[in-house]
Ligand binder design. Structure first.
Ligand code: SD4
Length: 317
């Protein structure tokens, strides 16, 4: 074989084998595993480390969600999140475990880790959801610290927005880092979490899908789990995560279930104007990911390896 041919063959063999490695990583089944919306490697690594220390799937999704919550550079979650149009950073979060327990907070201000408050609602109150001032008072009673979450960068972006003050949700580019996470724990148990500061410059008082059990997150230990990101209004109108878990219960694969949930939106609404992305896992550790538009990425961790993938999507033309 000529040297050039040999080099070409070697290069394509390397490419092909790395594609195969990628493919077999993505397709490998089993637990534990962690999957999250968008590019969230650090969150997945924190969740994975929790599982390695024999933490539960619930501990893992909480630990993962806390990473972007504390990151000032993440402008759609917790600290550093873009405010509503009145300059308030208002937070939504929810969490659900393998026993069907659930907790959530909505319209919460001044607390760095809404996901942990949601977990406290689940574990320490007879309720599922606390909102606004009541959620804040509960958080303070549990020892959470009140602090200013509006960073200088977020304040600047808000001032800039005020010049035109146009409300228009943008596809994929609101620094969509709202995190939804699903984990299969060491015993194969399913838990999920979601946390966000919601849409940038939303109306004061607006609550999205992220604290809605069945909307942004749903888990059923007999079946699997699902989570959502994107323009929450349409996840709420179709109760996406609950729908996906029910579709899986009726035999659909996680991938087909995500696709069907996106189709429900596409059939009824002006889907070209916004983005929704869904993730799902089943009890075998198979996952699915699908969105309306191009550009929805997700982060997968298995066997201690974390990789970011682009999801398949509906709007090909
Ligand atoms: C919301 N679903 O508040 C959230 C926003 C989001 O990535 O997911 N952004 O509607």
């Amino acid at each position: 074989m000529k040297r050039r041919n040999f080099l070409q063959t070697t290069a394509s063999t390397v490419m092909l084998s790395s594609l195969l490695v990628e493919e077999s990583f993505a397709q490998s089944k089993g637990f534990p595993m962690v999957i999250s919306t968008w590019k969230n490697e650090k969150a997945n690594e924190a969740a994975w480390a929790t599982l390695q220390k024999k933490g539960s799937a619930l501990d893992a999704v909480e630990a993962g969600a806390r990473i972007p919550e504390a990151d000032p550079n993440d402008t759609s979650v917790g600290y550093g999140g873009f405010p509503d149009r009145d300059g308030h950073v208002t937070l939504d979060a929810c969490i659900m475990d393998e026993k069907g327990n659930a907790g959530s907070v909505t319209f919460l201000e001044g607390i760095m880790h809404p996901i942990s408050v949601a977990r406290a609602v689940m574990e320490k109150t007879p309720h599922v959801m606390l909102s606004g001032e009541g959620a804040l008072q509960f958080a303070l009673s549990q020892g959470f610290k009140q602090e200013n979450l509006l960073t200088e960068t977020a304040k600047k972006a808000w001032k800039e927005w005020q010049k035109e003050a146009k409300y228009e949700p943008k596809i994929n580019i609101e620094r969509h880092d709202t995190i939804g996470l699903l984990a299969l724990g060491n015993q194969g148990e399913v838990s999920g979490a979601c946390t966000t500061s919601g849409l940038a410059f939303k109306m004061h008082g607006r609550v999205g899908d992220s604290p809605i059990i069945g909307g942004a997150v749903f888990c059923d230990n007999e079946v699997g789990g699902a989570c959502a990101t994107g323009l929450g209004e349409f996840v709420m109108k179709t109760l996406g995560s609950f729908l996906i878990v029910e579709l899986m219960r009726n035999g659909k694969s996680p991938q087909k279930a995500c696709e069907e949930a996106i189709m429900r939106i596409v059939k009824r609404y002006k889907y070209k104007e916004f983005q929704i992305g869904y993730l799902a896992i089943d009890k075998k550790g198979q996952y699915g990911a699908y969105s309306i538009q191009k550009g929805f990425s997700f982060t997968l961790t298995k066997n201690g390896v974390t990789k970011v993938f682009e999801a398949d999507y509906y709007m090909k033309n």
